[in-house]
Design a protein around this ligand. Structure first.
Ligand code: TNX
Length: 511
């Protein structure tokens, strides 16, 4: 077993870490911070209090005394890096910027432990910075709707793993989830439905602002996705004039028989799981104006640099129309001041704005055409986000008998399979310099509640976070190491009543 006295209970594992003298906690422990870091101090104190029951007074700017946690801005290379030490009974977290300090506090929370003598922090000397700038989790709020509260809860869970991007899949065939001024039917009519006939829902623009602000406080950037030109059946319910007739393929017919689901009917809510039957009217100036309006409002609500315009599974759109449409959609995203992100199919666009990001969702062994589409983004001066569906898709079943999830991506995805891959070896010619980061999408056809979200995401997202952060050649970048470290996350999950999947692949008893 790799976990021994020297491996710290951390996921993701830091670049450099040495065990040190532990720091005992008492109910007099304080978080001391310079004024600019009081927000990070407050969030840390809240989490520490929730676990230990201690008060954790927050103090601006004094000298730390033994037992305190001290937060300080120090150093010169921003970008999530931080330094953590436990010398002389004081925990010190130092980083060039508040993001780095925040990630350091997430590390510290994993060092919290207790024994017969009470609460303590494992001693450590850590020098840390991430491998990838973009460490993403996606939540599909279109197939099933999740409340602001649920989304914020997910933000806390992913922040603990140093995930720094939350991609929200806001629109799909089954529902439109964001208020857009000037198009009241998108929320009055197209938001009512969800997969499986469950209740729909939507975010008002204020709700969305609340999510963005909650994420931002945790140094997480929200990437909104408006999926186009396919996955737009919900638009037929609200604004049919911007949509093409529904295309029913033999596959869709067979699938709907197998699953006992109704076929989609243009203009009526769809509650099945089929894909590829809907399309916006792509050559149409009215559609372009509508999308411009939507993108403009979404961009205005979103402080982050990216806007995702979808581009996946457009079986209802001809190749030529798709190429022309995606080029216009990408240009429209640039026009509202954002960097376009799209699923890799959009690499077929007639023209990609420089710097566009392609999100690869093919298998670990790519189909050559899909790999080519992903490389088109790099060729256009952009980069790739990797979400290989047979490793990073959190909606795949853990095993054949798992009650939730799908299996289309090469069958079930075990915790081990979700961990044992490397971003730099997925697409030939696409290495770290071309990779903005990785993302674990959670599609929600079968995922109906926040408990289901927790079960599908954890523990797999922990391993994926380790891939996103830790150096590729680290000694701890092994299944034996990560499974032992994941086991040690369980006490915090139990304490927070997180309904993670107690997979037999993880030696939980070590916790
Ligand atoms: C494929 S991946 C989709 C989604 C489905 C998902 C289910 C991608 C870009 N599209 O529409 O929800 O599979 O696993």
């Amino acid at each position: 077993m790799v976990i021994g006295d020297t491996t710290l209970p951390l996921v993701p594992y830091p670049v450099q870490a040495r065990a040190g003298a532990p720091v005992r906690l008492t109910d007099r422990a304080r978080v001391v911070a310079e004024p600019a870091l009081l927000d990070e101090a407050r969030l840390l104190a809240l989490d520490l209090s929730a676990r230990t029951g201690f008060g954790f007074e927050i103090v601006a700017d004094p000298d730390p005394t033994p037992g305190d946690v001290a937060l300080r801005r120090l150093g010169s290379t921003p970008g999530d890096a931080y330094h953590l030490t436990t010398a002389d009974g004081v925990v010190r977290i130092e980083a060039p910027d508040d993001a780095g300090v925040f990630w350091g506090t997430r590390t510290l929370l994993q060092l919290l432990d207790h024994d017969a003598d009470g609460w303590f922090f494992h001693g450590a000397e850590i020098e840390d910075a991430p491998r990838f700038a973009y460490r993403g989790a996606m939540l599909d709020v279109a197939r099933h709707f999740f409340s602001v509260r649920d989304v914020c809860h997910y933000i806390d869970l992913v922040a603990a793993l140093k995930i720094n991007v939350l991609h929200l899949h806001l629109t799909d065939d089954q529902g439109w989830r964001l208020e857009i001024e000037g198009y009241p039917r998108l929320t009055a009519d197209a938001a009512r439905s969800a997969a499986g006939g469950d209740a729909g829902g939507f975010y008002t623009q204020d709700d969305y602002r609340e999510i963005v602000a909650y994420a931002a406080r945790r140094h997480i950037t929200v990437v909104p996705e408006i999926d186009t030109p396919g996955h737009t059946h919900a638009v037929t319910v609200a604004q049919p004039e911007f949509t093409e007739p529904t295309v029913i393929s033999d596959d869709l017919r067979a699938q709907s028989v197998e699953l006992g689901q109704d076929l989609p009917v243009h203009g009526r809510p769809y509650t099945g799981w089929g894909v590829g039957f809907s399309s916006l009217k792509t050559g149409d100036p009215g559609t372009d104006a509508f999308l411009d309006d939507v993108f403009r409002q979404v961009a205005a609500l979103t402080p982050g640099p990216w806007l995702h315009f979808g581009g996946d599974e457009c079986l209802g759109t001809s190749a030529e129309d798709f190429a022309a449409f995606t080029a216009r959609a990408a240009a429209a995203v640039v026009g509202v001041g954002k960097t376009p992100i799209a699923w890799h199919e959009a690499g077929k666009a007639a023209e990609l704005p420089p710097g566009s990001i392609g999100q690869y969702w093919g298998f670990l062994e790519p189909d050559p055409a899909q790999a080519e589409e992903a490389r088109a983004f790099v060729a256009a001066g952009g980069a790739v986000v990797l979400s290989p569906s047979d490793a990073a898709y959190l909606d795949m079943k853990y095993d054949e008998d798992f009650p939730l999830g799908l299996t289309w991506a090469n069958g079930p995805t075990s915790v081990r399979a979700s961990y044992e891959w490397d971003p730099a070896t997925v697409i030939a010619g696409v290495s770290d310099a071309d990779i903005l980061g990785i993302e674990a999408p959670l599609w929600t056809e079968t995922v109906r509640t926040i408990a289901d979200v927790e079960t599908m995401a954890l523990p797999r997202l922990a391993g994926i976070a380790d891939i996103a952060w830790s150096p590729r050649d680290a000694d701890t970048r092994t299944w034996e190491s990560v499974r032992g470290r994941i086991a040690r996350l369980a006490p915090a999950w139990h304490a927070g009543s997180v309904r993670f999947h107690p997979s037999e692949e993880i030696p939980w008893t070590q916790a």
